[in-house]
Write a new protein. Structure first.
Length: 332
């Protein structure tokens, strides 16, 4: 009984402390560390995420396009897939993707599990089939044992594969950015210039779309709201999913967490720098032309959103039954 009272008091005091920090009144909330995860499934999912044997060529893994040493993306306008095919759209970061309302730029996957199976069977990406991928996994005794240990079943199926990858991806959150430290009461975490940039970010209306813990990812918005956006990429956004003409050029608002690492920007990768991206978004979305000084202040603020990056201790991949072990593909 005494312990319960003490615990309740700690919770009340913690809530009071949070209420006294900037976070209580801001449109952006701190990133929280992953909780309620299955550690066994996470470890299995991590192996699968880095394993190129889930691709037709045996050279492409999830990490190829969503590189965990490069902000969870690949830093090129569009990813290179099977047979050196160039993808149709910029690879969004996998970091903090568990906070998105849906996955992919057009939101065609409702969650991480639904997303995980797509690239494996996409002929322009990993170019395999789910059946062949399962066949490969079933030919590797160590995987057979680990899947049974984690899922308690004798047979491996694609539902288990995507569930494990999704569980690993849930851990790819990036808390403890300097901005989060400021939100939580560390008043000297940001410089005067960075704070002025955040004030501009709010006052200019950027937070209408870029809000919440992920600073985005929680709505679909039209690209080119005030002025038309001209792109060489044919992607039409949400309308490809809904079939509604009103959804043309509506894309999922990208997270701005770790944005200094996830260049180039936009669905077509057309903006190479944050300075260029801020200028374009100001004009096309807000009808505002930022001065050079204002732009620099906003960029300074955006760079405070870089948090703790995922642990890059690479997994040891199970050896194939008919070959010597393949080295884990380098993170970079």
């Amino acid at each position: 009984m005494k312990r319960t009272i003490i615990s309740a008091a700690i919770v009340m005091l913690s809530g009071l402390a949070l209420a006294q920090t900037p976070a209580a009144d801001e449109p952006i909330q701190p990133i929280q560390r992953a909780v309620n995860i299955d550690l066994g499934m996470v470890e299995l999912g991590k192996k699968l995420y880095f394993d190129p044997r889930l691709s037709k060529s045996g050279f492409i893994s999830c990490n190829s396009c969503h590189n965990l040493s490069m902000g969870g993306t690949d830093n090129i306008p569009s990813s290179i897939g099977d047979q050196w095919q160039q993808g149709p759209i910029n690879a969004p970061t996998v970091l903090n993707s568990s906070l998105n309302l849906a996955q992919f730029w057009d939101g065609r996957a409702g969650d991480l599990k639904a997303q995980a199976g797509g690239p494996i069977a996409n002929p322009g990406e990993m170019a395999f089939t789910h059946t062949l991928a399962i066949g490969v996994l079933e030919s590797i005794p160590a995987y057979v044992r680990e899947f049974k240990l984690v899922f308690g079943k004798d047979k491996i199926d694609i539902e288990q594969v995507t569930a494990a990858i999704a569980e690993f991806e849930k851990t790819l959150v990036t808390p403890n950015s300097r901005f989060d430290q400021w939100l939580l009461g560390k008043h000297d975490a940001l410089t005067k210039t960075e704070l002025e940039g955040y004030a501009l970010f709010k006052d200019s209306g950027c937070v209408a779309c870029h809000n919440g813990a992920a600073v985005g990812g929680n709505s679909f918005q039209k690209m080119g709201l005030v002025e038309p956006y001209k792109s060489s990429v044919a992607a039409e956004g949400r309308s490809a999913v809904t079939g509604q003409d009103a959804d043309r050029f509506n894309f999922k608002v990208p997270t701005l967490r770790n944005v200094e690492l996830t260049y180039p920007y936009f669905h077509d990768g057309a903006a190479n720098t944050l300075t260029e991206a801020v200028d374009t978004m100001g004009r096309l979305q807000l009808g505002k032309k930022f001065t050079k000084e204002e732009n620099a202040k906003i960029v300074a603020f955006l760079k405070t959103l870089t948090g703790d990056q995922p642990n890059l201790i690479l997994p040891i991949l199970p050896p194939s039954s008919d070959s010597t072990p393949r080295p884990t593909p380098f993170a970079k």
